[in-house]
Write a protein of this length. Structure first.
Length: 108
């Protein structure tokens, strides 16, 4: 017989540890890397770490409000990805590079 989720719940600590690890990796990617795509992907990783926190606390408190926030954060992340990729495409066409250090001026 397999254990059902009500018999063996995942402790909220595990959600926090996973979320903290993902957030640290994402923050390191934003601070250390210079490629615009890597920075955008690191921001997405940080947003997913927040989503894991929201789901973990939502499950811990047996309330669906946190999972509703996750849906909103995912919608914002999708919009951020679309706008970020459009900006990256425009910058690449103008500057022929995606290195963040070289974008000192935004005028064309």
């Amino acid at each position: 017989m397999g254990a059902t989720p009500t018999e063996m719940p995942i402790p909220v600590d595990w959600y926090l540890y996973l979320s903290a690890a993902l957030f640290i990796v994402g923050a390191a990617g934003v601070l250390i890397r210079r490629n615009l795509f890597v920075v955008l992907f690191s921001l997405e990783l940080m947003l997913n770490a927040v989503n894991i926190n929201l789901v973990g606390f939502s499950r811990f408190h047996e309330n669906l409000v946190g999972q509703n926030f996750v849906l909103f954060v995912m919608a914002i992340a999708a919009a951020e990805a679309a706008i970020g990729l459009a900006i990256a495409t425009a910058l690449f066409r103008n500057r022929q590079t995606l290195m963040v250090d070289l974008f000192d001026r935004m005028k064309g």
